[in-house]
Write a protein that binds this ligand. Structure first.
Ligand SMILES: [Zn+2]
Length: 109
C-alpha cells in the first residue's frame, strides 16, 4: 500500500481537479448529493439575473418599455414569439441596439 503521508493538499486538489474534469460533465456533477445545493446557493443571484434577462415578459409583467441608460431611446418588450426575429436584442440588461453604448433598463410607469 502506498504511503500517502507526504501528499500535500495542493497535490490532492490537483489530482481531484484532473479526475473530476476527466470523468464528468457539469450536469453529472450536479447530480452528486449536495453539489447542486451548494452551487445553487453560490450562484443564486446570477441565476435570477439571467432568468430575468431571458424572460422579461415573465420577470417584469408590469413593464412595457425598456430604456437605454446611455442614449435614452425606448424599446418595447416584444412577445416571446417575436424574439427569434429580433435576434433577442430587446432584453433587460442587453446592449442598446440603437447606440450600442448603453444598457437596456426596465421602465416602470
Ligand atoms: Zn442607446
Amino acid at each position: 500500500m502506498a504511503d500517502y503521508s507526504k501528499m500535500t493538499s495542493g497535490e490532492f486538489e490537483e489530482a481531484l481537479t484532473d479526475i473530476v474534469t476527466e470523468t464528468m460533465t457539469v450536469g453529472e456533477m450536479l447530480t452528486i448529493p449536495g453539489v447542486y445545493e451548494i452551487l445553487a446557493e453560490e450562484f443564486n443571484n446570477s441565476v435570477l439575473d439571467r432568468w430575468a434577462a431571458d424572460n422579461p415578459a415573465k420577470a417584469y409583467p408590469d413593464a412595457h418599455d425598456l430604456k437605454c441608460d446611455s442614449c435614452g431611446e425606448y424599446f418595447s418588450i416584444e412577445d416571446p414569439e417575436d424574439e427569434e426575429e429580433l435576434g433577442n436584442v430587446i432584453h433587460v440588461g442587453n446592449e442598446c441596439p440603437g447606440c450600442e453604448d448603453g444598457t437596456l433598463r426596465k421602465v416602470t410607469s
